[in-house]
Every structure is written in structure tokens, then in C-alpha cells.
Design a protein around this ligand. Structure first.
Ligand code: GAR
Length: 209
């Protein structure tokens, strides 16, 4: 069973979906720890309720970004992560982290990358008046939401949407996509070949949900 460490900053609905999936023996992965950048993260409570270990690594406890990056990498290492899942983690992972976990860290983003990267993917898509947006699971690289794409799902924008209603519609698809593909990765492996993220022996990136 692959050991997952989940990075989260927010409420943790994506974490909750992984926690609901991992009890199934056939899933192939288990969340062994949740690491946050803030003690406010609702994800910490979900971890506690599920009996999963957790840690808070706050940037303000460190002299600079570099030291925080090293501490985050060391914290995740303690849990012997096979894969790291960034699920609503609102910070850029630095060079020390990627030196240890590059190629086995995935991130879920609430837009169809490469459109609308960054911290406000839903708001930016609404402001652009796109008719379709969605969510993307991708491998994390040194850029902001630029790594190889694993899977995507399209979600329609409705005329009366605001950021909250659109984000909720996206999240409904996002957690299914995350659970599905993290399971596939755990069972089949993840290999990065240039811009191709290859899961198991399956080269396709089309959503099958
Ligand atoms: C998710 O929609 C995730 O894609 C997004 O934050 C939300 C977290 O929800 N992440 C980003 O915007 C990263 N740039 P959750 O805390 O309920 O899982």
C-alpha cells in the first residue's frame, strides 16, 4: 500500500474524499499524514477525526522561504511518503522539497490548466467569462501549476454562477478525479517523461469518469 502525505491549507474536502477511499483495501493507498502551513486549516480536524497523524509547518516560524522549504521536506520525510498530494495547499513548493519529492508530488487545481493557474483559478475563469472550466491533476514542478498533466475534467460555467457556486461544482468533480487518479498512481506507479505523466502502463490523460 502506497503511503500518501497530503498537503492542505483549507477545509480539506479533497482530503476527506481520500480518507473515505483509503479504507478500501483495494484502493492501494493510505493517507499516513496531513501537513499544513497553518493551524487554521480545517484539514487538521479531519485528520484528527480519522486518526491520521498531522503536522503544521508555518512559514512565519522560519527566517525565510528557503528554511521553511527545508523544514516542510523534512516533515514529509518523517512519514516515509511514497507520494505527496497537494490538495488545496496554497503555497509554492521549493527546491529542497522538489529535490526529495519531485516526480512523486501531484497537485489538484480548480481550472483547466494551462488556463488560470495560481491562487484564484475559479475567480479568474469567471472574470474571463469562459463557458467551460474544470479541474486538473498534475505533477508538481518548479513553476506555478506548470507540471505535466495527469488528468482533467471539464465543468460548465452557468450564467448565474458566482465564485462559490462555480467552485462547489468544480470540487464535486475534483474529488472524484483526485481519488480515481491517486489510486491509479498508487497501484500502477507514476513516471514523468518530458511533458508526459505516465500512470501505470496507461498513457492517456483523458478523463474516464
Ligand atoms: C480546491 O478546489 C483546490 O483545487 C484549490 O483549493 C481548493 C481546496 O479545497 N487549490 C488551489 O486553488 C491551489 N492553487 P479543499 O480544502 O476543500 O480540498
Amino acid at each position: 500500500t502506497a503511503r500518501l502525505v497530503v498537503l492542505a491549507s483549507g477545509g480539506g474536502s479533497n482530503l476527506a474524499a481520500l480518507l473515505a477511499a483509503h479504507d478500501d483495501a483495494g484502493y492501494g493507498a493510505r493517507v499516513v499524514a496531513v501537513v499544513t502551513d497553518t493551524p487554521q486549516a480545517g484539514a487538521l480536524e479531519l485528520a484528527r477525526d480519522a486518526g491520521v497523524a498531522s503536522a503544521v509547518v508555518e512559514p512565519r516560524s522560519f527566517a525565510d522561504r528557503g528554511e521553511w522549504d527545508v523544514a516542510l521536506a523534512e516533515t514529509v520525510s518523517v512519514f516515509h511518503a511514497d507520494y505527496v498530494v497537494s490538495a488545496g495547499f496554497m503555497r509554492i513548493l521549493g527546491p529542497a522539497f522538489l529535490a526529495r519529492f519531485g516526480g512523486r508530488t501531484v497537485n489538484t487545481h480548480p481550472a483547466l490548466l494551462p488556463a488560470f493557474p495560481g491562487a484564484h483559478g475559479v475567480r479568474d475563469a469567471l472574470a474571463y467569462r469562459v463557458r467551460v472550466t474544470g479541474c486538473t491533476l498534475h505533477v508538481v514542478d518548479a513553476g506555478v501549476d506548470t507540471g505535466p498533466i495527469i488528468a482533467q475534467v471539464a465543468v460548465p460555467v452557468e450564467p448565474d454562477d458566482d465564485e462559490a457556486t462555480l467552485h462547489e461544482r468544480i470540487k464535486t468533480q475534483e474529488r472524484r478525479l483526485l481519488v480515481e487518479w491517486v489510486g491509479r498512481i498508487a497501484r500502477g506507479g507514476l513516471h514523468v517523461d518530458g511533458r508526459d505523466a505516465v500512470v501505470g502502463s496507461d498513457r492517456t490523460v483523458s478523463p474516464t469518469l
